[in-house]
Design a protein around this ligand. Structure first.
Ligand SMILES: [Zn+2]
Length: 126
């Protein structure tokens, strides 16, 4: 398995970027709204520190911004170019989608950010 597949597995499955076994967020379901932002402080399997330093996830904000721009352009192309909706309808639909998908964007951007700096290490090979 290549590293890119490994990172995508960690991001998609809410897993520790180091061991791919422990959960990164406490609850796997991002739509349990009282817990969607609750992260484990350390990996319950390999003890990787998820809160590496104060302000570590500040960079995830820029990842979230990039994801939002790509998503917005995609929604615009689908709605306005393919299906000929007007701009007002696009803005309303995009705002509603952003609110509904906020927990997913939040989690994906944090997982993407930590996967940029923490590499997979298969503990079973050591
Ligand atoms: Zn781990």
């Amino acid at each position: 398995m290549s590293h890119i597949q490994s990172a995508l597995f960690s991001i998609a499955k809410n897993k520790c970027p180091r061991c791919h076994e422990g959960n990164f967020f406490e609850n796997n379901n991002p739509y349990v709204l009282s817990q969607f932002d609750k992260m484990n402080k350390r990996c319950p399997v390999c003890n990787e520190d998820f809160e590496r330093e104060t302000g570590y996830y500040y960079g995830a904000m820029f990842v979230s911004y990039a994801l939002t721009v790509v998503f917005g352009i995609s929604v615009f192309l689908i709605m306005c170019v393919l299906f000929d909706f007007d701009a007002v309808t696009f803005i309303i639909a995009f705002a509603i989608l952003q609110i509904l998908l906020m927990p997913l964007f939040y989690r994906t951007s944090r997982l993407l950010w930590i996967n940029l700096f923490v590499r997979f290490r298969n503990s079973k090979l050591n």
